[in-house]
Write a protein that binds this ligand. Structure first.
Ligand SMILES: [Zn+2]
Ligand SMILES: [Zn+2]
Length: 183
């Protein structure tokens, strides 16, 4: 597996392409990889199994692990989070299929170089697995909406003048969702 300068993660599939349907190959990856959309704080680790199928090559990813850094959604301080994706599958086609459900999920084999680029399906899956709302701590007080002071560090003088409705229970979609799931 090799990384290119424009952030691709290329796998040589020249041998698999000339094999019969059903042939497979396994690989693992454990290296730094830079995604534009988020800051990686660890090596990106995963295993893949490649299968020669009629349409091209199916790739089964497993045990994807990566530490990513986000900003807290309330106070914008940095938070490191462990992402883990158990399994997902992607198909790389030799020819554009005539009908496909989700065009974002379609990947092509580079037939000239006999390579596939794993970075796109990984990027999509990692973004999907990240939480919608991420806080640095459960009771993050956020920033003062008036002066921008981080209320976890100290208070400011404008707070008492404001009707601060942000922390009320109905404004916490994530914890409400958790309560529903626990029922
Ligand atoms: Zn915070
Ligand atoms: Zn303030």
């Amino acid at each position: 597996m090799k990384q290119s300068e424009d952030q691709n993660m290329l796998v040589d599939v020249s041998e698999l392409l000339v094999q019969n349907i059903g042939a497979s190959e396994s690989l693992s990856f454990n290296e730094k990889f830079h995604f534009i959309e988020f800051v990686s704080k660890s090596n990106l680790k995963f295993e893949i199994e490649l299968f020669r199928i009629e349409e091209g090559i199916a790739v089964l990813f497993s045990n994807v692990e990566l530490k990513v850094e986000h900003n807290c959604d309330k106070c914008i301080s940095k938070v490191t989070q462990d992402l883990h994706i158990d399994k997902f599958e992607s198909i790389f086609y030799t020819q554009k299929p005539s009908s496909i459900d989700d065009p974002f999920d379609m990947h092509m084999i580079d037939l000239k170089n006999k390579e596939i680029d794993l970075s796109e399906p990984l990027r999509q899956e990692i973004i999907l697995s990240a939480p919608i709302l991420l806080l640095c701590k459960e009771k993050c007080k956020g920033l003062c909406s008036s002066c921008g002071q981080n209320m976890n560090i100290s208070t400011c003088n404008c707070k008492k003048n404001l009707d601060n409705t942000y922390d009320k229970e109905q404004n916490k979609p994530f914890s409400n969702l958790k309560e529903l799931l626990n029922q």
